[in-house]
Ligand binder design. Structure first.
Ligand code: C2O
Length: 552
């Protein structure tokens, strides 16, 4: 193992998309941001220097951060943000993970432009559990706003209304030829016939789950969230924000004399405004010296277009998600907790807060603001990072440990919603003793409409042991849980109008955020934190903070 050094300068940069130029927050002037590449077992030292007016923090999404919680990155959870002209060194070691992850800003909506791939290669003498690909290509989905995304979220929070939607989806920062004034900003994947490519798909979009497909090509899924999965073939994938999926693309054995569109478009079951436009990239068989002289020049070739499911295709999504399984092999065992010490049941969904006096609100009924919650608790960020106040034992001043672990007022979650949809605000956490085995059922609610929620847990991978439609039935449903080879991930979609059950072992001391990876729901309070206490042994304790930890 080696140490990999990166220097990330946060700077403003003028970028042009859809024929408009604007100044955006970037790392080193790049959009999307630079790629981090390391091997399993390596240590990564990232120096982040903030040269912009905004407060910043960066998160290494999916990295387990074993005993390095100070490097996790969510603002006001594990650190205070890095202020203008300040810097912070993120220092962590990659243990027991290999595959595709990504990094992104973790404050306000700055991740709209601050994100990049984080690729973990196998150890030096180790190989993939599939044939070595000819080439590896990161494919990152994102969103582009013609205005400043920071203005979009602050306006939404001020009025209490839903936010304005983005102007385009992007592949590696490019909207592609289906948008006006965007033809030259098209991602082109140049391939040769008869080869296998590893596509590292990353959904860094702010508020949308996406379908993805490449015309006339089948993809083989081999890894998700930096864990290998049992390979399966598919023409269309669903990928939620926060999820990463590696697929093998086998190209045609001979030059096809055609080009192929790759398309991504949202999956959406909620209400309100959304952007249902389509981002396109092009799969292009390159003409080389060895290609047949009969081959048609690229610009004259016919163009094929894939067919994507319709926008609210719940059944496609349910079927697709059920295909994921752990490898569960001798080399890559599935360490699913076989027994459960603590059980939790969280409702997941939207709600409202009453309009404060002297304000006009534009949320539901024009008298409220939108909010979102677990178990009706909408999480308010503290003024000092929780990990700090936890470590120095100042908890009572900044947070309380009485997070409701079951709904206080149970109702028919997928039936007629209750009359009062107001949530409560608070900074409440759940405390877990070291090594507790946890089972958590997350239930979507029909309050203000059913919607799928990509739930992300920091600091852990979890096993998705069960999922279903309707209300979770604690007497019936657990008997069908898969505790043999369930998929292991860090982000899972709570099905629209349904539930999902996960298990994890709380073997990582620290404070770990869990939230919906739609940034609008995150901003509305669909977040909470788990505090995992130290264990007895030295290697089960959270070390003291680094000396350059930013101050609030
Ligand atoms: Cu990628 Cu807290 O998230």
């Amino acid at each position: 193992p080696v140490t990999r050094h990166y220097k990330f300068d946060i700077i403003l940069k003028n970028v042009t998309r859809l024929c408009r130029t604007k100044s955006i927050v970037t790392v080193n002037g790049k959009f999307p941001g630079p790629r981090i590449v390391a091997r399993e077992g390596d240590r990564v030292l990232l120096t982040v220097v903030n040269h912009v007016p905004n407060n910043i923090s960066l998160h290494w999404h999916g990295i387990r951060q074993l005993q390095s919680g100070w490097a996790d990155g969510p603002s006001y959870i594990t650190q205070c943000p890095i202020q203008t002209n300040q810097s912070y060194v993120y220092n962590f070691t990659i243990t027991g993970q290999r595959g595709t992850l990504f990094w992104h800003a973790h404050i306000s909506w700055l991740r709209a432009t601050l994100y990049g791939p984080l690729i973990i290669l196998p150890k030096h003498n180790d190989s993939y559990p599939f044939a070595k690909p000819h080439e590896e290509v990161p494919i990152m989905f994102g969103e582009w706003w013609n205005v400043d995304p920071e203005a979009v979220i602050s306006e939404a929070l001020r009025t209490g209304n839903g936010p304005n939607v983005s102007d385009a989806y992007t592949i590696n920062g490019l909207p592609g030829p289906l948008y006006n004034c965007s033809r030259k900003d098209t991602f082109r994947l140049k391939v040769e016939p008869g080869k296998t490519y590893l596509l590292r798909l990353i959904n860094a979009a702010v508020n949308d789950e996406l379908f993805f497909s490449i015309a006339n090509h089948t993809l083989t899924t081999v890894e998700a969230d930096a864990v290998y999965v049992k390979p399966f073939k598919t023409n269309v994938l669903l990928i939620a924000p926060g999820q990463t999926t590696s697929v093998l693309l086998k190209t045609k054995p001979h030059y096809p004399n055609a080009t192929f569109l790759m398309l991504a478009r949202p999956y959406f079951t909620g209400m309100g405004t959304f952007d249902n436009s389509t981002v396109a990239g092009i799969l292009e068989y390159s003409t080389t010296l060895s290609s047949p002289s009969s081959s048609i020049p690229v610009r004259n070739r016919p163009l094929f277009r894939p067919v994507l499911p319709r926008i609210g295709d719940i059944l496609f999504v349910e079927n697709f998600n059920s295909k994921f399984r752990s490898l569960a092999s001798a080399k890559f065992p599935a360490k699913v907790p076989q027994t459960v010490e603590k059980r939790f049941f969280f409702t997941v969904g939207q709600g409202t807060i009453p309009c404060p006096k002297n304000q006009t609100c534009q949320g539901p009924n024009n008298r409220t603001k939108f909010a979102a919650s677990f178990n009706n608790m909408s999480f308010v960020l503290p003024s000092i990072a929780l990990l700090q106040t936890h470590f120095f034992g100042q908890y009572s001043e900044f947070y309380s440990t009485d997070f409701p672990t079951f709904p206080l007022h149970p109702f028919n979650y997928t039936g007629t919603p209750p009359n009062n949809t107001n949530v409560r605000n608070g900074t409440k956490v759940v405390v877990l003793p070291f090594n507790t085995s946890v089972e958590l059922v997350m239930q979507d609610t029909s309050i203000l409409g059913c919607e799928s929620h990509p739930l992300h847990l920091h600091g852990f991978n979890f096993f998705v042991v069960g999922q279903g439609f309707g209300n979770f039935d604690a007497n019936r449903d657990p008997s069908s849980f898969n505790i043999v080879n369930p998929v292991e991930r860090n982000t899972v979609g709570v099905p629209s109008g349904g539930w999902v059950a996960i298990r994890f072992l709380a073997d990582n001391p620290g404070v770990w955020l869990m939230h919906c990876h739609f940034d609008i729901h995150l901003s509305w309070g669909l977040r909470m934190a788990w505090i995992v206490q130290d264990g007895k042994l030295p290697n089960q304790k959270l070390p003291p903070p680094p000396s350059d930890l930013p101050k609030c």
